[in-house]
Design a protein around this ligand. Structure first.
Ligand code: C2E
Ligand code: MG
Ligand code: MG
Length: 731
């Protein structure tokens, strides 16, 4: 703590605290006593009043300023006594040519014994400059806030800088993704220079800006003619009368250099303190403008682009469609709208995992993009649905594009270790024939796409007016089916299978039913094919498997034992879902002896005889579950696969059983299959046994197990539970 008594008298003592405070003050400052003696002044004050070295000798205030004589000082002193602060403008004595006027601020100070005044000085030029920078800042900020483009904000900035400092030429350059300088603003630079700089690579010696961007630090070249950094561009700069260049990188918060801000001078020189102050303010403004541009772009990107593929989203598509339709109608030109939906993407996505599904979608997006012209629009509407707008294209050209799209997709993609060959179904509608507004065109293209799916996929279809009814029905069914899956509208029925030798229960077959809220109980025959086509079957099968295992646990809690339950699987399960993993998980959750679960697969799966089908079947067998070939005899395969595939059971198809007594060839086939089972040590289950006669024939043939209405229909849980506990008479 300073003692007041010594405070003022310490001011001329170089080792005192108050002295060093005064010396270090960031503004020009002096201390004057009542008589007008300058007791002390700091370097800044010295520099300003041009009085040689600091404290070279005491001065009187009247000697420093010509405008202050003794009378005026007395008056100022007088005024100062009742004011905290006094502003005045005075003329310097010593300044050689034109004495600038200085703005002074006087502040009275006193201790017990002494009185005096601090004087702060600012020359009017610097006041003007500081104000100028403030104004510039305000103006540029307003322009950023009003959403001007970064180029026009930077243009304004350069102009204002040049107005404040007419000796400089101001430029702003951007650095692009390839590390090249790009023109942003240079309002008073000659056009040919601007063009010569545009596109130059940044680097360790690439003029002031290229180097500043490269190093990420300020590069001040005071003499372009002799600085090695300018070696390659020296002539260019000199021929434009540019002699010095001070460039600062515009560094974003993440450290990335987004551009440079440069002041050029027409003579070799460095930057003045004012230039530095101004550049500091400008860099801040550049950063703000760039950040605002960045977030503007992010918002735009979010609003109008699909984040996964970077393709236009639904909103941008709609916008482009409106514009195209308007323009093309005027020009009497057609517009083709293509809707492309990947085949069975959901199954792929579910089985490979979502991140791999995403990867596949990105690959598909790139492939599609390459088939289109720059004026076409490719949008992703979420999921695996893409929409294309092909302005000016009629149907014959649309065919060419659709074929090109399908061909470009049909190349295998390695998704992690799995090879996937994406295929798609495309629907096409053409304006104005198929509609003049985008909603109608889109709806019609959608119907055509469903038609393409229904007719085998990996193909395209044009919209035809009569297409509506059938396709719409199918569409509605698919929607309902999806809902059924999420709302778990499926129930499982059980049908007994009887051992023909012991007359006891061999096992149960689980058969799914759809309890439709309006249609009531729907038989699998009417929805399984659609579920298979639309890739929904694996989810249904998974729900059935789960329900069966859960039910068996309940039965075993009630003391009811069922040796075996068969569950039907579909080819699609093997193709896309990880069946083994699903089964393994269910067996883990409901601890059942695995050999008490039989999975029914169809012959067509084996016709598929891909290596991984065999591997999957083997891995299922390794879990301990049994495999059965359903509807056996209806496929047209060679029987050799029975040797290769690890199955346990054959289900003699109902069609052979039906005509067993009338059709000798059916009888011969049934007989052959039963013997085949004997040879391969496989259980043979005869399906669809309805009469005593059929049963007797099968027993005669040595068939092991039978299932059919003769014994029991498929029953819901309650009924089958009674059936099981009542120990029914089956023969
Ligand atoms: P499937 O696996 O061959 O099942 C036997 C079908 O024959 C069942 O038809 C059953 O009700 C019927 N059936 C049983 N005994 C007789 C009989 O004596 N006479 C006649 N005429 N029919 C009999 P359902 O339940 O309508 O199932 C039809 C097909 O749907 C099944 O044929 C199977 O391929 C499929 N399916 C059923 N449930 C599922 C499931 O959960 N997943 C999958 N992927 N497919 C299933
Ligand atoms: Mg079956
Ligand atoms: Mg069957």
């Amino acid at each position: 703590m300073l003692k007041p008594a010594t405070f003022l008298s310490d001011l001329d003592k170089p080792d005192s605290l108050i002295y060093s405070m005064l010396m270090r003050a960031p503004i020009a400052m002096a201390f004057v006593n009542e008589a007008g003696d300058v007791i002390c002044m700091n370097d800044r004050f010295h520099a300003l009043v041009g009085k040689g070295a600091a404290n070279a000798g005491l001065e009187r205030i009247q000697q420093v300023f010509t405008s202050i004589n003794t009378v005026r000082w007395a008056k100022l002193w007088q005024q100062l006594q009742d004011q905290e602060r006094l502003h005045t403008r005075e003329v310097l004595a010593v300044a050689a040519d034109q004495p600038p006027s200085l703005e002074l601020t006087l502040m009275p100070v006193s201790s017990k014994d002494e009185r005096g005044a601090f004087i702060y000085v600012q020359d009017t030029e610097s006041v003007y400059q500081t104000e100028g920078i403030n104004l510039l800042r305000q103006e540029v900020l307003e322009s950023v806030a009003s959403g001007e483009s970064v180029n026009s904000v930077m243009d304004l900035l350069c102009r204002r800088v040049e107005a404040l400092a007419p000796e400089v030429v101001c430029t702003v350059l951007l650095v692009d993704e390839d590390g090249r300088l790009r023109h942003c603003a240079a309002p008073s630079m000659r056009e040919d220079y601007v063009q010569a700089i545009d596109g130059l690579p940044i680097g360790p010696s690439a003029g002031s800006c290229g180097t500043a961007a490269w190093r990420g630090e300020v590069v001040e070249v005071t003499d372009i003619a002799h600085d090695p950094l300018w070696e390659n561009y020296r002539e260019l700069a000199l021929s434009h009368g540019l002699a010095a260049c001070w460039s600062s990188p515009i560094t974003m918060k993440n450290g990335h250099v987004a551009g440079t801000f440069a002041l050029y001078f027409r003579e070799p020189r460095g930057a003045s303190p004012f230039h530095r102050e101004m550049v500091q303010a400008c860099l801040h403004l550049c950063l703000l403008a760039f950040e605002s541009e960045e977030s503007k772009q992010q918002i735009y990107q979010l609003a109008f682009y699909d984040p996964l593929t970077d393709l236009p989203n639904r909103s941008l598509l709609w916008d482009r469609a409106q514009q195209s339709l308007k323009r093309l109608a005027r020009e009497r030109q057609p517009l083709a709208v293509l809707i492309l939906d990947l085949d069975r993407f959901k199954t792929i996505n579910d089985s490979l995992g979502h991140s791999r599904g995403d990867y596949l979608l990105k690959t598909v997006a790139k492939r599609l993009e390459q088939c289109l012209r720059p004026r076409d629009t490719l949008a992703r509407l979420g999921g695996d649905e893409f929409v294309m707008l092909l302005p000016g294209m009629g149907s014959s050209q649309a065919i060419v594009v659709a074929e090109k799209l399908l061909a470009s997709l049909a190349v295998p993609v390695m998704v992690n270790t799995t090879e996937v060959t994406p295929t798609a179904s495309i629907g096409i509608s053409i304006a104005p024939d198929d509609g003049t507004d985008f909603d109608t065109l889109q709806k019609h293209a959608d119907l055509a796409m469903y038609k393409a799916k229904a007719e085998g996929r990996n193909t395209f279809r044009f919209f035809r007016p009569q297409m509506n009814d059938a396709v719409i029905k199918r569409l509605e069914m698919e929607v309902a089916l999806r809902k059924a899956i999420t709302e778990k509208q499926f129930v499982v029925y059980y049908q007994p299978q009887i051992n023909l030798k012991t007359h006891e229960l061999h096992g149960l077959e689980a058969l799914v039913r759809w309890r439709h809220p309006e249609l009531g109980l729907v038989s699998p025959a009417s929805f399984i094919p659609l579920a298979e086509e639309s890739g929904l079957i694996s989810q249904i099968d998974q729900q059935v498997l789960e329900a069966v295992c859960q039910q068996r646990q309940r039965w075993s809690e009630q003391g009811i034992t069922v040796d075996s339950v068969s569950v039907n699987l579909s080819v699609a399960d093997f193709k896309y879902a990880d069946v083994t993993e699903n089964v393994r998980r269910v067996l883990q959750r409901y601890p059942l002896p695995p050999e008490s679960l039989t999975l029914e697969i169809t012959e067509s799966l084996m016709l598929n005889s891909a290596e991984n089908t065999l591997a999957t079947l083997e891995s299922l067998r390794a879990l301990g579950v049994k495999l059965s070939v359903d509807d056996f005899g209806t496929g047209y395969s060679s029987l050799s696969y029975l040797k290769r595939f690890p199955v346990n059971e054959l289900k003699l198809d109902r069609s052979f059983v039906r005509d067993l007594s009338d059709d000798p060839s059916d009888r011969a086939l049934a007989n052959a299959i039963i013997h085949l089972g004997d040879t391969f040590k496989l259980t043979v289950v005869a399906e669809g046994v309805e009469t005593r006669e059929q049963l007797d024939t099968l027993i005669d043939m040595g068939c092991g197990v039978a299932q059919g209405y003769y014994f029991a229909h498929p029953m819901p849980v309650d009924a089958i539970t009674h059936w099981l506990t009542d120990g029914p008479e089956v023969f």
